[in-house]
Design a protein around this ligand. Sequence first.
Ligand SMILES: Cc1cc2nc3c(=O)[nH]c(=O)nc-3n(C[C@H](O)[C@H](O)[C@H](O)COP(=O)(O)OP(=O)(O)OC[C@H]3O[C@@H](n4cnc5c(N)ncnc54)[C@H](O)[C@@H]3O)c2cc1C
Ligand SMILES: NC(=O)c1ccc[n+]([C@@H]2O[C@H](COP(=O)([O-])OP(=O)(O)OC[C@H]3O[C@@H](n4cnc5c(N)ncnc54)[C@H](O)[C@@H]3O)[C@@H](O)[C@H]2O)c1
Length: 328
Amino acid sequence: MSTPIAIIGAGVAGLSAAHALHAAGLDIQLFDKSRGSGGRMASKRSEAGVLDLGAQYFTVRDRRFAEVVAQWRQQGWVAQWSPNLYHFNRGQLSHSPDEQERWVGTPRMSAITRGLLGELPAHFTRRITEIFRSDRHWHLQDAEGETHGPFSRVLIAAPAPQAAALLGAAPKLAAAAASVQMEPTWAVALAFDTPLDTRVEGCFVQEGPLDWLARTRSKPGREDQPDTWVLHGSSAWSKQHLGLPKEDVIELLHGAFAELIGCAVPAPRFTLAHRWLYARPTQGHQWGALADGDLGIYACGDWCLSGRVEGAWLSGQEAARRLLEHLG
Ligand SMILES: Cc1cc2nc3c(=O)[nH]c(=O)nc-3n(C[C@H](O)[C@H](O)[C@H](O)COP(=O)(O)OP(=O)(O)OC[C@H]3O[C@@H](n4cnc5c(N)ncnc54)[C@H](O)[C@@H]3O)c2cc1C
Ligand SMILES: NC(=O)c1ccc[n+]([C@@H]2O[C@H](COP(=O)([O-])OP(=O)(O)OC[C@H]3O[C@@H](n4cnc5c(N)ncnc54)[C@H](O)[C@@H]3O)[C@@H](O)[C@H]2O)c1
C-alpha cells in the first residue's frame, strides 16, 4: 500500500479533493475537528427539526460544477429550491422574484457532504495543531497530543486563518492564507407553534442587523417540519456583536425579524444561536488552490475562489489536480 495523503478539513473543499484523489487510486485520510463532516455546510439536528445554520443554498455558474450537481441530483442529494423571495430595503419589504436557479441538499444541506464522505476513511473530533516532517514524510499532531502519519502529502482544507496556522512549513503559502480576512456571521433559528402568516420564504436584507432570513419548510424535503426560520446577522453587525451572549443575540435578531417580516410574530417555542467565526472571506480570489509541490503541501477552500459552496468545491478539485500533476 502507498503512503496515504492527509486531508485536514471535511467540508465541501476537503471532500471534493478527497473524491478526486480517491478516484485517481490514491489512499487518503480525512481529519476534522468537528464531530461530523460538512463544515460551514453542516446542518444541526434539534427538537425543532434539522436546521441549515450555515450555507442556505447554492448557485451554479461553472460548467464542471453543473455536471457534478446533475449527478448529485440523480443520487437524490440535492433538489432545486424556488422560494418566494423578498428583499428588505429602506424600511420596505418587497417581493423580489428572479430567474436564478438555487439548489439545496435534501433533506438537509449536510446531505451533500454526507454523500461525498461515503466510506472514505475519516477521523473526527481531531483538531490538528501542527504538521511536521520527519524521515521524508509528513506527520500531524492533534490537540490531544496524538500524532498521525506517515503521510506522503498534506492537503489543508480549512478556513484561511486556520489554514495559515498550519502552514508554518510552507511560509509562502502561509503568507497568502494569512492575507485573507474572514468575517463572522451570527446565525439564529426560531421555531413557532403557529405558522407565521406571511408569504415570505427567503429574504435578502440590505439594512439593519440582518442579512438574510429563510423559512425552513419551504425547502424541499423539509415540508413536514415545524415553522422554523433561520436568520443570519450581517457581517458588520456580527463583527460588532461577536462577544455577545447567545440569549442577547437571539433577542436582538428576533426583534429585527419581527420588525421587518410584516406579520404578527409570537414568542418562539424554540430558539438557538450559532456563531460562525470564519463565515466568509471579505473578498474573492482567483488562486484556485495553493500548492508547494516540492514540499508536498496544498491548501484549498472557498477563500481561494468565490467564498461560496461552488468556489469551495472547485478549489478542492484544483488542489487535487495540482497534487496529481506533481505526482506525474
Ligand atoms: C452563515 C453562512 C451562510 C452561508 N451561506 C451560503 C450560501 O447561501 N450559499 C453559498 O454558496 N455559500 C454560503 N456560505 C459559504 C459556504 O458555506 C462555504 O463557502 C463553504 O461551505 C466552505 O467550504 P470549505 O470546505 O471551504 O470550508 P469549511 O466548510 O469551513 O470546512 C473546513 C473544515 O475544516 C475543519 N477544520 C478547521 N480547522 C481544523 C483543524 N485545525 N483541524 C481539523 N479540522 C479543521 C472544520 O471543522 C471544517 O469542517 C455560507 C457560510 C456561512 C457561514
Ligand atoms: N452569511 C455568510 O456568512 C455567507 C457566506 C457566504 C455566502 N453567503 C451568501 O450566500 C449567497 C450565495 O451567493 P450566490 O451568488 O450563490 O447567490 P445569489 O445569486 O442568490 O445571491 C447573490 C446576491 O445577490 C443579491 N440577490 C440575489 N437575488 C436577489 C433577489 N431576488 N432580490 C434581491 N437581491 C438578490 C443578494 O444580495 C445576494 O446576496 C449570498 O446571498 C451570500 O450573501 C453568506
